[in-house]
Design a protein around this ligand. Structure first.
Ligand SMILES: [Zn+2]
Ligand SMILES: [Zn+2]
Length: 151
C-alpha cells in the first residue's frame, strides 16, 4: 500500500490551513456597497451581501498589497498582510507620507485596484481576499481562536 500523496501536518499548521480555506458563502464574498474614502483619507469600507461590514484604513491596505512583489517582501520580513515595516531603532526616522490612493477602480466583478500616490498600483484586491482579511473585532477574534496566534 502506497502512502504517496499523503502529507502529515501538525495541528497548528492544520488550523492555519483551515482558517485560510474556511469556506465562504457567495454572499460573504459579494459586496453590496463599496466605499473608498479617498478624500477623507480614511480607507475602504464594504457592506457585504451577507450583512457583514468590513473597514480597512489605507495604511493597512497598502501593507496588505496582494501583488507578487509585496507578498515576497512581506514573507521575507515575516510580516502578515496589513503589518507595517518594523522601525529600525538604529536608523533616523524617515519621513513616510501616509499611504493614500490617488484613485481606485473596479476590476471586473471580482476585485478593486488601488493606485497609490507612491506610484505603486499592481495590487488587485479581490473581494475574497478582502473578506478573508476582514479586521473587524469579530473576525480578528475568530482568526485568533482558530490559529491560536498571540495578538
Ligand atoms: Zn504590491
Ligand atoms: Zn469582519
Amino acid at each position: 500500500m502506497s502512502h504517496e500523496g499523503i502529507r502529515f501536518v501538525n495541528a497548528e499548521e492544520q488550523a492555519r490551513i483551515t482558517a485560510a480555506e474556511r469556506p465562504l458563502s457567495r454572499e460573504a464574498m459579494t459586496p453590496a456597497k463599496v466605499r473608498v474614502l479617498i478624500t477623507e483619507g480614511k480607507g475602504l469600507e464594504i457592506d457585504w451581501l451577507d450583512g457583514h461590514r468590513s473597514a480597512w484604513d489605507f495604511h493597512w491596505l497598502r501593507n496588505a498589497c496582494p501583488c507578487a512583489t509585496c507578498i515576497e517582501e512581506r514573507t521575507n520580513e515575516g510580516r502578515k498582510p496589513g503589518d507595517g515595516r518594523a522601525k529600525k531603532a538604529d536608523l533616523l526616522p524617515m519621513y513616510a507620507p501616509p499611504a493614500r490612493p490617488a484613485s481606485a477602480h473596479a476590476v471586473g466583478r471580482y476585485a478593486i485596484q488601488l493606485n497609490w500616490l507612491d506610484g505603486h498600483s499592481s495590487g488587485i484586491y479581490s473581494w475574497e481576499y478582502l473578506r478573508r482579511h476582514c479586521i473587524c473585532p469579530e473576525c480578528s477574534l475568530a482568526a485568533t481562536e482558530v490559529t491560536g496566534a498571540p495578538n
